[in-house]
Design a binder for this molecule. Sequence first.
Ligand code: HEM
Length: 310
Amino acid sequence: MIDLGLVFARFLHYVATTTLAGAAFFPLYAHAGDEPGKLVRWRNGLMLWSAVLSLASGLAWFVFSVANMSGALADVADPEVLASVLRDTGFGAVWTARMILAVVVVVVAAAAHVQSPRSTTGQDLLMSFLAAGMLASLAGAGHAQIEEGWAGVLHVSADAAHLLAAGAWLGGLAPLGFILLGYAGRTGQDGIDVDGVLMRFSGMGYAAVATLVGTGLVNSWLLVGSVSSLLNSTYGLILVAKLVSFGGMLALAAANRFWLVPALVAAGRSGAGEVWRGKLRTHVIGEQGLGLLVLLCVSVLGTVRPAIGQ
Ligand code: HEM
C-alpha cells in the first residue's frame, strides 16, 4: 500500500512538473511573433492546474516517503517522526524548499491566469525560471544523491539536465497538441504560423533528445554500470521498458519531422492539409501516451534498488 501510494504520487508529480515546465518554456522558442490570446489563455490555465497538481502530488510524495521511512502510514501523524524527517534528512530539507517553491509557483500562475490573455516576455521568463526550479530540484532527492564528491556533482547536474529536457519535450507536447487541435486554419488565422511552430518545436526536440540520451547514459552508467546488471536486475528490466517506450516516441517524432510536417507544408492551403494535420495530431497523442509510460517507469525506478553491483 505505501509503495503503491509512493509510486502513484511520484507519477502525478512527474506529470505535473514536466507539463508545467514544458508549457512555460513553449513561448520562448515556438512563436516568431506574439503569442495569440487564445493560446495564452489556454496555456495559463494549463500552468495553473499543473502548479496546483505539483503542490498536491509533492505533499503526497512527502507523506508516503515518511511512511516508507518509518514503516507505517499512521506515523505521518506523529510530530516527532515528522520533525526528525524534516530536521535530520537531506530529503526533508530539499522537500521543504521545493514545497515552498510550489506555493510561490501556484500564486504566480494564478496571477498570470487572471491577467490572461495579456502576457509579457518578462512573465514568460519568470514562469520558466520558477518551473525549471521546480523540475530540476528533483535531482536533489532520490538516486542522484547516492555518490559523494565529483561523481555526486556529475550525477546531480546530469539528472537536473535530464529532467529539464524531459519537461521541454514531454511538457511541450501539450501546447503543440492544442495548436494542432485548436487551429484548423494555417498561417494568418489568429496570427499563428502553425508550420513555423512545428518546425521550431522539432528544433527544440533535437536538443531535448540529445540531452536526454547523453544524461540518460550518465545516469545509467552510475546506477546500472553494465549490460549484465541491466538484463539481470529488476531495476535494469524496468529501465529497458522505459527505453523501449522512448524508442517508440523517437520513431513517432522522426516520422513527424521527416514525413508528416514536410507533407503538411507541401499541401499548403489545399484540402489535403487537413489529412496530414489529422495524422500529426494522432502522432502527437501517441508520443504523449508513450511519454506517460516513460514517466510511469521512472516513478517505479526511483523506489527500486539500483542495478549497480547486482
Ligand atoms: C523521453 C525520454 C525520457 C524521459 C522523459 C526521461 C525522464 C526521466 C525522469 C523524469 C527521471 C527522474 C529523474 C529524477 O527524479 O531524479 C529519469 C531518470 C532516469 N533516466 Fe530518463 N528519461 C528519458 C530518457 C532516458 C534515456 C534515453 C535514458 C538512458 C539512456 C534514461 C535513463 C534514466 C535513468 C538511469 C534514470 C534514473 C532513474 C532513477 O533511478 O531515479 N532516460 N528519466
